[in-house]
Design a binder for this molecule. Structure first.
Ligand SMILES: CC(C)(COP(=O)(O)OP(=O)(O)OC[C@H]1O[C@@H](n2cnc3c(N)ncnc32)[C@H](O)[C@@H]1OP(=O)(O)O)[C@@H](O)C(=O)NCCC(=O)NCCS
Length: 318
């Protein structure tokens, strides 16, 4: 036995942060400057269980870690262990291809199964996103990014299949106009953009999972009525990797009545203009691969596809 696998202990964070920065070098992992980031995005969650974060250790040095957890039950007010998710798996670059990643994966699966999981996912995604929002994946957790190229062949060989795909779009704010045409242009001229703090969700799990991100809401108002809204947060840690002030957009919602009337495009166009005035230079948004209308809308506004986020699931034999 060349390493020992054990649950998380309180003195581990400095080594975890060092390992994270060494092992996760793709575009979609934040550079962690300090243990506080790990504290806020992972360890402080009310449902954090040290037994779900397993580290591989040899002679006091951490060589890799894996972290599994659970999502909310149907009301969002408590944890459900029916579905488990492995959020992160990483091995020090100098200790790969020795079987450690496989052993960590199996130990995380075992943890989930012992707690009653009937489905095992790999890649945090809505609503199974207990940890790492703001640290991995970009504007929202939508799975494992394709740009982390080690993950897919590794997981597929170990029985995982892709069950959901999101397209990661980015738009550079470089002074280009956010032009919209037809009904969208009329809505853009007639509606007002209100910027408010996102109302606190009633869902306990969502509050815990998204904390401490400060999420702001852009409301699109016409004659006192809110027609649509989209949320945004400042992606500070990702901005350091990408070397520009970046925001993430998420949870775009349009009233049923205006679903296909150009309101969506008008809201996004006004939001981009507002963000540019605030000196942000990059915007990211994740969209389900099947959401063709929204994808077309983003392309028309100058967004480009820069990555894909993949959710994996492993079949469990009954
Ligand atoms: C994905 C990752 C965790 C795999 O870790 P690993 O320790 O290299 O995994 P393993 O050693 O168990 O398996 C990797 C390969 O090495 C091979 N291998 C295992 N033991 C070996 C040995 N003694 N000699 C040679 N090859 C070996 C395995 O067969 C496997 O190849 P296969 O997938 O074709 O079967 C690692 O590449 C990593 O940390 N990547 C960056 C982080 C990342 O992208 N994580 C996923 C998203 S969070």
């Amino acid at each position: 036995m060349v390493w020992r696998i054990r649950p998380f202990r309180n003195p581990d964070p400095p080594q975890l942060v060092r390992l994270w920065n060494l092992a996760l070098v793709g575009r979609g992992a934040a550079v962690l400057p300090h243990v506080n980031c790990l504290e806020q995005g992972v360890l402080s969650k009310p449902y954090f269980d040290p037994k779900g974060l397993l580290v591989a250790e040899r002679d006091g040095q951490l060589l890799g870690w894996v972290h599994a957890g659970f999502g909310p039950g149907s009301t969002g007010q408590r944890l459900s262990t029916e579905q488990g998710v492995i959020c992160v798996l990483l091995v020090h670059p100098q200790h790969r291809r020795q079987g450690l990643g496989t052993e960590l994966l199996h130990r995380a699966e075992q943890y989930l199964l012992e707690h009653g999981a009937r489905e095992i996912y790999f890649g945090a995604h809505n609503p199974l996103r207990p940890f790492y929002w703001g640290l991995y994946g970009g504007s929202e957790p939508s799975g494992i990014l394709e740009s982390d190229t080690d993950a897919r062949p590794f997981l597929e060989k170990r029985g995982y299949q892709i069950v959901a795909t999101h397209i990661v779009y980015q738009r550079i704010l470089d002074g280009r106009a956010c032009e919209v045409a037809g009904p969208a242009a009329t809505w853009k001229a007639q509606c007002t953009l209100q910027v408010i703090p996102k109302p606190l969700p009633s869902d306990w799990f969502e509050v815990a999972a998204s904390s401490p991100l400060e999420i702001v809401r852009f409301q699109f108002v016409h004659r006192g009525q809110v027609l649509a809204h989209v949320d945004m947060w400042e992606m500070e840690l990702f901005g350091w990797r990408w070397k520009q002030p970046t925001v993430g957009l998420l949870d775009l919602s349009v009233s049923q009545e205006h679903a296909s009337s150009g309101v969506k495009a008008a809201l996004l166009a006004q939001s981009l203009e507002y963000l540019e005035e605030q000196y942000y230079t990059l915007v990211e948004m994740h969209v389900p691969e099947s959401a063709q209308h929204l994808r077309r809308c983003l392309r028309d506004l100058g967004f480009e596809m820069i990555d894909r986020a993949l959710v994996y699931r492993r079949n469990i034999r009954p």
